[in-house]
Design a protein around this ligand. Structure first.
Ligand code: ZN
Length: 518
């Protein structure tokens, strides 16, 4: 049996999601049934007509597994939907979607009538996971393609144990959580068919994760930059520095003397130009100055993490390898931005959007900041979210930076440059690997290419047992020692972060004003 998804129609969004997940896919033709038998799971990507519904029903009766937006498969097995606003989905410690916390959607939902997992902001069950006509099915209350094309950004609060929550302007849709949701759906559907779930691993080799530290220099004086460079060197973690070029213009060549670091573009002047052409000219000028100073920028991070469709176009024209803006995505593996019309070119390498500066605005002490990063790192490890954090040198707090790096390194993860991780990810995305399972033998087609690219394989045997392996052509699953997966902790009072708080709203308004003036 091939471990492979079948999609009912070409879909840029689903194809990218599956490529990121590392699960092979093909298109299937529902009208003829061609390709269906070749797939371990069927993903419906369009609204089915009556005869297509019949074919999907037969497929489920034969034990096939189905993942779909509930609306697209209305009528299959007598299912129905109820339309209602869907601000977010929340987990109360779900047994199937174990790593999902809050999936912000901000859309109209189509809640499956039989929903029995996760809950809407109104506390109604939102997702169906169970048996439909004898086959396993997961029905989602939204269309993955539509929500992932939503490019709005908003101020959001992030969870801390303390009363005052840090906030940042980030993407409206939590793309990372949608990814986690789909990952668990695919895993669950394979397990329910008594199949192992196999996909390419998200990090180089068999490393459990990666650690990267991004620095937005934001007008920092040279002594703060040198001190942070020492902190990083002492920890043995290379820094990826995004330069506020105009501020450092007189001593730009100094950066070229810092060893083992990566230098990328933050801005020329620290503001967003309303006119895209002027913005492009500014950034192109800053890149030219960096190159003249002996630096070789591969990436950029727009001030304030801003990403809009207009800026996405400007970034693409700069010809860089990657950019990093949490207004498009945060806390997830890399992805290429897309909207309803098209996909962009430049890879996004998302980070965790809460910086020491954001915590400082809430009045947190150093010890509270350290606790925040420790618990965030633990949660990211359990949820397989990259450990990518950022800092501004003039905010100092070297004790917090040091504790953050130390805690991440305790997890046995390599410190990487963001550019190196981007290159590794792009090579992973080019692989064309196939998985075939017979009894307990896994055959991997093109395993050598994956091994060359340092891409490993994750085999999920059950809800708790997982194998993480280097790529090889034949794997005897019985002969491997599996590791027991930790069930991530979900805080009881998680929904607190989506409750309106006038004090926080005032704070966000103030931040917005400051950023305009800057
Ligand atoms: Zn900045």
């Amino acid at each position: 049996m091939k471990i492979q998804a079948g999609i009912t129609r070409r879909s840029r969004t689903w194809e990218q999601l599956l490529r990121r997940e590392g699960l092979p896919w093909r298109t299937v033709h529902l009208a003829t049934g061609e390709g269906l038998a070749d797939c371990s799971v069927l993903i419906v990507t369009h609204q089915l007509d009556a005869s297509e519904c019949d074919i999907v029903e037969d497929y489920l009766r034969s034990g096939g597994a189905l993942l779909a937006s509930a609306r697209h498969v209305v009528g299959v097995g007598g299912t129905g939907v109820r339309r209602e606003p869907l601000h977010y989905l929340a987990s109360d410690g779900d047994g199937v979607f174990t790593t999902v916390r809050i999936v912000d959607l901000g859309t109209q939902g189509d809640i499956p009538r039989e929903a029995n997992h996760l809950r809407t902001h109104q506390h109604h069950h939102a997702v169906f996971a169970g048996s439909l006509l004898g086959g396993p099915a997961v029905l989602l209350p939204f269309d993955v393609q539509r929500v992932l094309a939503d490019t709005r950004s908003v101020y959001k609060a992030f969870y801390v144990h303390r009363d005052r929550l840090p906030t940042e302007r980030v993407s409206m849709v939590s793309r990372g959580e949608v990814f986690q949701l789909c990952h668990h759906a695919l895993e669950y559907l394979h397990h329910r068919r008594s199949l192992p779930y196999v996909h390419l691993w998200y990090y180089p080799g068999t490393s459990p994760n990666v650690l990267a530290f991004r620095i937005d220099t934001d007008g920092a004086p040279r002594y703060d930059i040198d001190e942070l460079y020492d902190v990083l060197n002492n920890a043995g973690v290379p820094g990826t520095w995004f330069l506020d070029v105009a501020s450092h213009e007189p001593w730009l060549p100094h950066f070229a003397t810092m060893m083992g670091q990566e230098f990328a573009l933050h801005c020329y002047e620290h503001r967003i130009e309303p006119d895209p052409d002027r913005q492009e000219a500014q950034w192109a000028r800053a890149l030219a100055m960096m190159r003249l100073a002996g630096l070789a920028p591969l990436g950029m991070a727009v001030p304030f993490g801003t990403w809009t469709t207009g800026l996405g176009g400007v970034i693409d024209r700069l010809g860089l390898v990657y950019s990093s803006e949490f207004s498009y995505a945060y806390d997830t593996v890399p992805l290429v931005p897309e909207d309803l019309e098209h996909a962009y070119r430049t890879l996004q390498v998302p980070i965790h959007p809460v910086s020491i500066g954001s915590l400082r605005r809430t009045g947190a002490t150093s010890q509270q900041m350290i606790e925040y990063y420790r618990s965030t790192i633990d949660a990211h490890m359990a949820r397989n979210i990259p450990l990518l954090f950022y800092h501004h040198p003039s905010h100092r707090h070297w004790d917090v930076v040091d504790a953050l790096l130390e805690h991440a390194l305790l997890q046995d993860v390599p410190g990487v440059l963001m550019g190196d991780f981007a290159f590794w990810w792009l090579a992973r995305a080019r692989l064309n690997v196939q998985f075939d399972i017979r009894e307990s033998v896994l055959q991997v087609v093109n395993a050598a290419a994956a091994a060359n690219a340092r891409v490993g394989i994750r085999v999920s045997l059950s809800a708790t047992q997982t194998l993480l392996l280097p790529s090889s052509e034949t794997v005897l699953l019985d002969s491997r020692e599996s590791t027991v997966r930790k069930i991530p902790y979900v805080p009881d009072d998680l929904r607190r972060i989506r409750e309106p708080d006038p004090r926080r709203m005032l704070g966000d308004l103030y931040t917005r004003m400051l950023r305009r003036l800057k």
